[in-house]
Design a protein. Structure first.
Lengths: 325, 502
């Protein structure tokens, strides 16, 4: 059966990509899994981590492995929107005639690393996020479509908050996942040091291309989800809202405001991808529960009561899952 | 795009269907074991409990076996049905269970939900799930007797065993208490004892030697001989009760046929003449002593010389009317004796003129005295019949241990409290300490009677109390003949007996 071949190819591709990435990125398996899920699902990722944990390296290696053009945008307070999207510049042609030529910005890549996005001004942030949403750039009335697959991995430095412009919640909602890149473990750190002593260059090679990613995306969308799981997912998202009647006690106590319907879309879409990645042909409760954390942690706002009780967002999500079951 | 299913189609899910059948078999087996266990337990428990209660002589409960069995069966069937419904492996329920217990990650439920889908991915999912189901070892679905089955089976076996093993208390039949008690179960077996046969033979001999009138005696003896002949063939108590009751009725009817005292007394009582009513009382008296007292009282009414003519004439007319309405055979002994007495009374009317105030009472005493023997003789025969009838009935009740409830409907209330000495002699109760001015007398009857002094209807007890007070007053004034004193005292003693039956 053709579908069976496709599914086999899907699993093999993922496995191959992971193997290649492992050459350049030590550990961080969960991050790599989730990033791959987001790419296949067609979403963007917000990555939080201290400097030097390998965020840029990960995206660069990913770009190499997926044969996708990669670009890195370092956001600073003085970065303008046109610095991101590109702008029209006047150019003299061979005849000496001045023409307005659109110079593409660094956004015109398949894989974009938006480093320290919270350092940019809200104006630049919104320009970036608009591109992320619509996958096109409009300059002087002309729309320039970005090539698919288009994936943005934005980073936030959790340490330096001075002079930053935290992303508003509405903008945060556009990210499919928020992943937290932990500091490597001792053994992993040792491996990193050993590896980088030999070479700092990324050695991962291309194993799949953009077209394959798109096919994988299409295949994942056909994975069946049974009604009960669908209802469970909807209940999970609804239960993040404390104002709704029947919300669990933990939500009423610890949540200020809940997730948007995008969260439900993200959960189902990513769950399908995860199921296929794990060799399953259907979405399970485990898929939903596992993905609830990256999908919801940037969409739920916890209140002071949670902080007072020393609860993190992940803790609150855990309580929510328990009470929804 | 996911294709929505319409219904569950197990056609392409062979492995799932196989597992479903296995679970169905397990559910059926479990339901049967528990259903039968519950049914047996429910049927056996009341039987065992009742047997135990009877054995320990706590209570005797009439428990129909068929109802116990039917009730147990019904409960067993209901338990089976409910259990089967609970355990039945409905596809969705089974799928959920398999996903959970086999850690299938919702594969089976998804397969079921998309069973009708022709989508490639859905088919792939179905195939993958079926493959995984086929890899589950068969021993996982083997029937494991759950603890509920074991406990139910154990309880049922123990209770059925108890119901069978606990013995039924044997019923001796007739040797027990004959007082009012719980009615023996209908199907209690009966076997006549030698004691009973001997007692019955003695009873027959007693009746044969008694002074009972010939006709009722012959009938009674025949009935008792028939009972004697057939009692050994009786197997159940209810049949024994019926046979003995039938004998009692035969004896009772035989006596009632010849004893006309009651009919005569009733007929005379209905006549509106207080002298005739007194005569009625004399005839209706149970013992001869009472007859004598009432008879003497009747005679007193005639001794007033001034009104004798009128008294005798009206008495004669009233007596004629009373005798005519009695409806007894004209050759009845008592009837003939009273008729003879009447004839003598009528003879007096034209001869009153020949007597004086002094000689008239003597003539009256002579008349009554002549007739007394004939009437009392006829009455004695009937009293003897009554006494013998009472004796036979009481004896039969005692020999075969009939309860009051098992007694047949006789011509009159049978007083089971009167004891006898085995020879037909009743133990006459004194009815109190006796003696002058001694004790409280209870004149038991509320029956309305005619007060001769006032002509009004008064309570019998009230009237007797009045007479008794007169007797006491006369006694104190020395007006009572010493020879009559004892007789009169006995008379009032007899009348003052309280009714033990109440």
């Amino acid at each position: 059966m053709e579908k069976e071949t496709q599914v086999k190819a899907f699993s093999e591709s993922i496995a191959t990509v992971k193997a290649e990435l492992a050459k350049d990125v030590v550990g961080q398996e969960e991050i790599i899994n989730n990033v791959l899920i987001a790419i296949v699902a067609g979403g963007n990722v917000l990555l939080e981590g201290v400097p030097g944990v390998g965020k840029t390296r990960l995206v660069r290696s990913l770009g190499r492995t997926l044969s996708l053009p990669f670009s890195r945008i370092q956001f600073t307070p003085d970065l303008m929107p046109s610095d991101v999207t590109g702008t029209n510049v006047a150019e003299k042609d061979d005849n000496g005639k001045l023409n307005m030529v659109f110079r593409k910005g660094p956004i015109f890549a398949n894989l974009v690393l938006a480093d320290e996005i919270n350092r940019a001004t809200p104006k630049t942030q919104s320009a970036m996020l608009e591109v992320m949403q619509e996958h096109k750039v409009t300059v002087a009335g002309t729309a320039y479509r970005l090539e698919e697959p288009f994936f943005v991995l934005a980073t936030e430095n959790p340490i330096e908050q001075d002079g930053t412009y935290p992303l508003p919640e509405a903008q945060m909602d556009r990210f499919m996942f928020k992943l937290i890149m932990e500091f490597p473990k001792l053994a992993e750190l040792k491996d990193i040091v050993n590896m980088t002593q030999i070479t700092m260059d990324e050695t991962a090679t291309a194993v799949i291309d953009g077209e394959t990613i798109l096919q994988m995306r299409k295949l994942a969308s056909t994975v069946p989800v049974m009604d009960e799981i669908m209802e469970y997912t909807m209940r999970l998202i609804t239960n993040t809202h404390p104002e709704i009647a029947g919300a669990p006690s933990s939500t009423k106590k610890y949540v200020k405001y809940g997730a948007s319907p995008r969260a439900a879309q993200a959960l189902i879409t990513c769950a399908k991808v995860r199921a296929l990645m794990n060799g399953n042909y259907n979405v399970s409760y485990e898929d939903i529960d596992a993905l609830a954390y990256p999908v919801l942690r940037h969409r739920i706002k916890i209140n002071y009561a949670a902080v007072n009780d020393h609860l993190t967002v992940d803790d609150v999500i855990g309580l929510l899952i328990k009470e929804t079951k | 795009m996911r294709v929505r299913k319409r219904k569950t189609n197990l056609r392409d899910m062979k492995n799932f269907t196989k597992i479903k059948k296995k679970f169905m078999g397990n559910a059926l087996l479990c339901s049967i074991v528990i259903g039968v266990g519950v049914g047996a337990f429910a049927a056996a428990t009341p039987i065992a409990v009742c047997k135990l209660l009877e054995l320990l002589e706590i209570a005797t409960v009439d428990l129909p076996l068929l109802w116990c069995i039917l009730g147990g069966a019904g409960l067993g069937v209901l338990t089976f049905a409910v259990l089967l419904l609970c355990l039945y492996p409905f596809p969705k329920k089974l799928a959920r269970r398999l996903d959970k217990e086999m850690d299938m990650g919702e594969k089976v439920q998804t397969m079921l939900e998309f069973s009708e889908s022709n989508d490639d991915m859905a088919q792939l999912q179905r195939n993958d799930t079926e493959r995984r189901l086929s890899e589950i070892p068969k021993r996982v679905f083997r029937f494991k007797p759950v603890w509920q089955c074991i406990v139910t089976a154990a309880l049922a076996i123990s209770m059925v065993g108890a119901a069978i093993v606990v013995p039924v208390k044997a019923d001796e039949g007739g040797s027990g208490d004959s007082s009012t008690g719980p009615i023996a179960p209908v199907e209690t077996p009966f076997e006549v004892t030698n004691f009973q046969l001997t007692a019955l033979r003695q009873l027959i001999e007693h009746v044969q030697e008694s002074n009972m009138q010939a006709a009722p005696k012959a009938t009674s003896v025949n009935a008792l001989e028939l009972l004697y002949a057939n009692i050994s063939d009786v197997e159940y108590r209810k049949d024994m009760v019926a046979l003995v009751g039938s004998t009692m009725l035969t004896v009772d009817n035989a006596v009632e046929t010849v004893n006309t005292g009651f009919e005569l007394a009733t007929a005379l009582e209905n006549v509106e003449h207080f002298q005739v009513k007194k005569l009625s009382r004399a005839i209706g008296a149970v013992e001869l002593e009472r007859f004598t007292i009432f008879y003497a009282d009747t005679a007193e009414g005639f001794k007033d010389f001034a009104t004798a003519n009128e008294t005798i004439s009206s008495f004669s007319v009233a007596l004629t009317t009373g005798l005519a309405s009695a409806g007894v055979p004209s050759d009845d002994g008592l009837y003939l004796a009273i008729q003879a007495f009447h004839a003598k009374v009528v003879e007096l009317i034209p001869n009153i003129q020949y007597y004086t105030e002094t000689s008239w009472p003597v003539r009256v005493d002579s008349l009554f005295g002549d007739s007394s023997a004939a009437i009392s003789s006829a009455l004695a025969v009937q009293i003897e019949n009554d006494q013998e009838r009472d004796y036979v009935i009481r004896k039969l009740k005692e020999i075969f241990g009939l309860t009051d409830a098992e007694m047949p409907q006789l011509s009159r209330d049978f007083v089971s409290s009167i004891e006898d000495d085995g020879e037909g002699n009743k133990d006459e109760e004194s009815g109190g300490d006796g003696g002058l001015g001694d004790g409280d007398y209870n004149f038991p009857s509320d029956e309305l009677v005619l007060d001769p002094d006032t002509g009004e209807q008064v309570r019998y007890g009230e009237l007797l109390a009045k007479y008794y007070n007169r007797y006491l007053a006369a006694l104190q004034e020395g007006k009572i003949d010493p020879n009559l004193e004892k007789l009169l005292q006995s008379y009032f003693d007899l009348l003052s007996k309280t009714e033990k039956a109440s």
